[in-house]
Write a protein that binds this ligand. Structure first.
Ligand SMILES: [Zn+2]
Length: 156
């Protein structure tokens, strides 16, 4: 599989591990040219859309190397969000921000509440969209191919 952004075929596997799905492991890799981190897989768009509809997708059992579920991991997620948002703020403080693949919206929530961004998210998982909306976040079920905004983060 080539890098989804720059199409470079060379990558290196990362220590984090990867994901388990239907008996197969899909490693997390980093593109040797542009540094994009992506899941090495041969799944179709439909397979991926189906995967994200499984409620347990965000539980630790799917993520190799993860020991806590998404919800149990909020404080660690917020630390990563703070790191990224402080960096982003150097270039653009406030304004619109779209988190592509926002899961349950912890990054969107942090960007909105602590850094004053007009933050929105898109996510394939209907389950995670419901979780985000239940907390008042502007998050929608969509694929990145369908909706892109002004500021974009690709966050894992
Ligand atoms: Zn690349």
């Amino acid at each position: 599989m080539n890098c989804p952004i720059c199409k470079n075929p060379e990558y290196q596997e990362l220590d984090y591990g990867g994901y388990f799905y239907r008996g197969a492991e899909y490693p997390l890799v980093s593109c040797k040219f542009c540094g994009l981190k992506y899941i090495l897989n041969d799944l179709s768009d439909k397979d991926i859309a189906d995967l994200y509809q499984e409620e347990k997708y965000f539980d630790a059992e799917y993520a190799g190397g993860a020991t806590h579920s998404y919800e149990e991991n909020k404080s660690a997620q917020n630390k990563k969000a703070d790191f990224a948002l402080k960096f982003i703020s150097h270039f653009k403080s406030g304004g619109k921000l779209l988190d592509v693949g926002c899961a349950g919206g912890y990054f969107v929530e942090r960007a909105r509440d602590k850094y004053n961004y007009e933050a929105k998210g898109i996510e394939l998982s209907e389950h995670m969209v419901k979780f985000a909306k239940s907390r008042g976040l502007d998050v929608h079920a969509a694929h990145a191919k369908q909706r892109l905004g002004v500021g974009v983060t690709i966050w894992r």
